[in-house]
Design a protein around this ligand. Sequence first.
Ligand SMILES: [Zn+2]
Length: 687
Amino acid sequence: MEDLRKIKERIETLRKEITLHNYYYYALDRPVISDEEYDALFRELQELERAYPQFITPDSPTQKVGHPPLEEFKPFEHVVPMLSLENAMTEEELLNFDKRVRKGLEGTPLRDILDSSGMYVVEPKIDGVAVEIVYEKGILIAGGTRGDGRIGEDITPNIKTVRGLPLRLMPFGNVPDPPPVVSVRGEVYMEKGDFLKLNEEQRGRGAPPFANPRNAAAGSLRQLDSSITAQRPLRIFCYGIGKIEGLSVTTHWEVLNLLRSWGLPVNPLSRPCKTVQDVLSIVDDLRDRRHELPYEIDGAVVKVNNLEAQRYLGETTRSPRWAIAYKFSAYTAQTRIKNIRVQVGRTGVLTPVAELEPVSIGGVVVRNATLHNYDEILRKNILVGDHVIVRRAGDVIPEVVEVLKEKRTGEERVFTMPSHCPVCGSEVIQNPGETAHRCSNPRCSARVKASIIHFSSRDAMDIEGMGEKTVEMLVDRGLVNSIPDIYTLSKEKLVGLPGFGDLSAENLINAIERSKRTTLDRLIFALGIPYVGRYTARLIAERFPSIKSLMSARREDLMSIPGVGEKVAGSVVDYFSDPNHREMVNRLLESAIEIKTPGEEETKELEKSSIFSGKVVVFTGTLSSMTRSEAEELVERMGGKVSKSVSRNTDIVVVGENPGSKYQKALSLGISVMRESEFLNHIPFRK
Ligand SMILES: [Zn+2]
């Protein structure tokens, strides 16, 4: 019995410590222990809980995942409605808001309080999903989306997986305890970097990418299976409490500090302001910094600080009178479409592209914007010569959002899709049920060029020097008409061609030779099968021993691979049922392409050519594709040394999810940092 009590005590200590370190890490962005130390605490807790399941409680930090999938979302009622905020689009509208607030409080004693104690609080407006989380006796018991403000959706299992959101409130320092029931409000969001990585994975799986981090956060939060949500890097900033009664606080600023001291993440850029002039300068500062922030903000929220004043001002049916959202203009600009041209991709799909009068959006000059497909042009009613709004969000290709019809002069022209390929002149076809127009000629030079560029790219066969210009030139001169032709090139054929001297010709031939030793996943990806991205190629390669066996695979064989769905399976089967494709693969195999599962000798070879060779490598954060020790083993196999801590001697820091202090240190020492996706690019083989 004695022992059990000690174990229970240890479990409770561990939980407290882990919650505390989560707080330092997520809420304060200031970890005080290393990743290893944190991992060790977490593992110890997991092991103790596994051995003594009677001590598992729902608020344990290990319980962030583990709810069976839901059939549907139940309604979630907000005791105090979550009203939406009124928007201010201009400085003038913000000044008017200030005037209304002052007028509303005219003649009350509250007016003096405002002038003495700081009138407003400004918070960055996070571009995410508004949620409410209910804690009972400090334990997270429910979470819901905003919905229509009164009824949202109950997403409790999902909300528990949000990084940095404590399952148990833990007051730090000398602060009031949370009341028996408290509902906390916040914005769930995804960091920009995490969003790009997620989209890369989506594309790899053949799944549609998300349009922006907010959509990604919303989509992730609305998964019926919380284990999917758990894989998505969601975070939260808390900004308020639904029902404030029972708490001895007088200002909103105190509320924010209280939330923080209960262990909830609160945005560190929130500020109290004495006057509306201070508000304007903080808003300007946020606008200047928005591009540097790791998450997207689309404005600032201004709230009256004094809670009694808030109550006095009250609300309209739709929104409170004591707060306003000041919106930054989005990453959009106005310009004109000079022309619409059509690009032909490697699968023959014709993509209309708008050539724009150059315009600067968020500091980048944009000259082209995608129009996606012909249906989009019709839907948006776009004419050549139109004035349009163009949006550039993050690293996504700029797109035309809408037409400014009032600016039309009558000079605009209707665009029609060409009936014949602009590159090879073959007929353009549209498959039934598809929006895409395609060039019908499999040997179209635009398709050939695009597929060779893809085949040679770094993630595929990695033929250095086989870039866009070289491919264009080789295809235009008839030296290469299909992918396997690459392997018929020789130094003699190259020397003397534009851009090729003795040395550059030799370099390209060497790169082509090197590419013959490859791995199955790279070859599968290189073929450019629709919907088969890098990750999907890897999943497939792990199941099939050779490209020959893949060529005769059935739909069912492919669909039995976790992560491969109907679309991918169908696409692979279709691809290999085309005799042209089979012939191409056979020719590739004949040109002495060797598919390797690396043995000892190859490993030595790889050691020499690996970028990790002789380098000191440090890992931080969680890797999603393999365990830390697998990754370390790989680096060692490739001739690198693994170190546990970052110092001036470190050459490369590989950063997984939720990196710790080592990441910061690497940045401050100027050490080269590699994301997991890049790291995977440098690994030529996997177990
Ligand atoms: Zn064509």
